[in-house]
Design a binder for this molecule. Structure first.
Ligand code: G3P
Ligand code: MG
Length: 235
């Protein structure tokens, strides 16, 4: 079973920062997950929340800030004084890092991208992801299935994963087949062994988020889960 570093090694460093991604290397972790958002002036950047408040020394909506405004914000001090000086990471930086270190990646497309700039966001994402070396495994996922479908039409060679928050819907296989998804990314809280068997029987691989409990991870491996997203991929 693959263990995917959730927003980098986010138990040891502030999520989605250079520090969190750099920590993968000495730990021998080869898969990472991150979240792609966009600044008000269309720079692709990596941040999970729609606001900067939780993970920085500032406040406000990510999409309302220009890249130069985001660059002035500290994204490390909230986690610990050792990390003061961590700045927003661009998608371009991370792709260079992935290529230089032969890593594999799950990019999550953010749901908060507005209808107005969706097409622009997707074009920028496709152009950036085209730079990932062919030797890296890559999955693109989203909770926003319309956005994910539009992305897949632009870049059909990259496998996509349907992210589900809460219980799996009864029509999950049909939803995945409709958009040609290869993966289902369910919420561990609600997942059952029967559901995993059902998805696998329908040729859908299952990548579960967010699993930080060792015993749960062992159980999921027995169920036939393909991968887990975890803040502790090294254990
Ligand atoms: O993609 C797995 C996981 O990252 C999905 O949830 O909220 O952590 O982005 P979230
Ligand atoms: Mg995510």
């Amino acid at each position: 079973m693959i263990k995917i570093a959730h927003r980098g090694i986010s138990a040891q460093a502030p999520e989605n920062t250079r520090a969190a991604f750099n920590k993968m290397l000495p730990l021998g972790v080869s898969w990472l997950e991150t979240d792609i958002d966009i600044s008000s002036d269309n720079q692709l950047i990596l941040i999970h929340d729609n606001q900067v408040d939780r993970t920085s020394d500032s406040e406000g909506e990510v999409n309302h800030k220009s890249f130069s405004e985001l660059q002035k914000i500290d994204f490390g001090g909230w986690f610990g004084t050792d990390f003061v000086g961590e700045h927003i990471v661009t998608l371009d930086w991370l792709i260079d890092f992935i290529n230089a270190n032969q890593l594999n990646v799950n990019f999550e497309l953010k749901t908060a991208v507005t209808e107005d700039n969706q097409q622009y966001y997707l074009k920028r994402v496709v152009s950036a992801l085209n730079r990932v070396n062919s030797g890296s495994d890559m999955i693109v996922s989203s909770f926003n299935l319309e956005l994910l479908e539009k992305y897949h039409q632009l870049m059909p060679q990259v496998a996509i994963g349907v992210l589900i928050e809460g219980p799996l819907p009864d029509n999950i296989v049909a939803l995945a087949q409709k958009i040609d998804a290869k993966y289902i990314h369910p919420d561990v809280t609600y997942l059952t062994q029967n559901q995993v068997s059902y998805l696998v029987a329908n040729q859908l691989a299952v990548n579960v988020w967010t699993v930080d409990d060792d015993l749960m991870a062992i159980e999921l491996e027995k169920w036939g889960v393909n991968a887990i997203f975890t803040d502790f991929p090294e254990t």
